[in-house]
Design a protein around this ligand. Sequence first.
Ligand code: FES
Length: 143
Amino acid sequence: MQAQRRTVFKLAGAGVAAASAPFGLSACSADSTGGNARMRTKNNRQLRVKKADVPVGSGVIYPDEGYVVTQPTAGQFEAFSDVCPHQGCPVRQITADQRIHCLCHNSYFAIADGKVLDGPAPTGLTRAQFSESGDEIIVTGVQ
Ligand code: FES
């Protein structure tokens, strides 16, 4: 019996319909400046996240603020820009095997450090600055 591979959708602030639709694909135009412009304008927002809302061994994508917050191991948090370094699509999926997936051209990034694992992305996801305060993670911008 072939093992069944389950895909985990973690998308904050979006309903199931939005999470299951390949939204973000329209952002994959040939415009090479789209991603960078988006990164500059969206990734200076502050985001406050309850630590308990970030699953261990996975993460949550916050499309409105443009961040991905992950918890690779219990109590260890990371934050990244959600802008794929390939052509600027926002990443929109975290897989069950602990990878952040850009649906546009199938680049995959590690939840632990954002490094590119597969696909055409030339570099990993940009790290975001964050701090921990009690039961919250506070993301303040890209590094
Ligand atoms: S924009 Fe091409 S893989 Fe992400």
